[in-house]
Design a protein around this ligand. Structure first.
Ligand code: HEC
Length: 117
């Protein structure tokens, strides 16, 4: 089996296992690499205008309505899935991001990691 596949290849092989794009987007991304360091980088450029992305130094979010990611990480309702679903849906207070599945998984991995700091 070949593991090095492009994005379309990953999607196709997943599609052959389960049908339905909605199911596909909510499933754990076993074939993808969620990298918290990449997630941090994306968050610093795409989210830091409103959110406090890093746990330290401590301080408020630039936009007081936007929760600090460390606080998001500690909320009982926060799971990898909840972050993924949130970033795939549109929100009045947030811009709609064109993020790929791997980018979303990496952001989720980064945010969840903040709960352990
Ligand atoms: C223009 C400002 C703005 C930007 C940029 C922004 N957000 Fe937000 N975000 C908000 C606000 C305001 C809220 C709180 C209101 C809400 O939940 O919609 C929020 C809420 C959230 C939540 C909390 C969801 C929950 O369960 O309560 C998460 C997670 C989140 N944002 C992630 C992100 C990520 C990841 C990015 C970057 C890819 C981002 N946001 C960029 C303004 C922003």
């Amino acid at each position: 089996m070949i593991f090095v596949v492009n994005r379309a290849g990953v999607a196709m092989s997943r599609l052959s296992i389960i049908s339905g794009a909605l199911l596909l987007s909510a499933l754990p991304a076993a074939a993808q690499q969620a990298d918290p360091a990449i997630g941090r980088g994306i968050a610093m450029s795409a989210c830091a205008a409103c959110h406090r992305v890093e746990a330290s130094p401590d301080g408020p979010s630039p936009n007081p309505d936007a929760p600090r990611f460390a606080d998001v990480a500690r909320m009982n309702s926060t799971t990898e899935l909840s972050i993924r679903v949130f970033l795939r849906s549109s929100h009045a207070a947030m811009p709609n991001f064109m993020l790929g599945a791997e980018e979303i998984d990496s952001i989720a991995a980064y945010i969840l990691g903040l709960a352990r700091q």
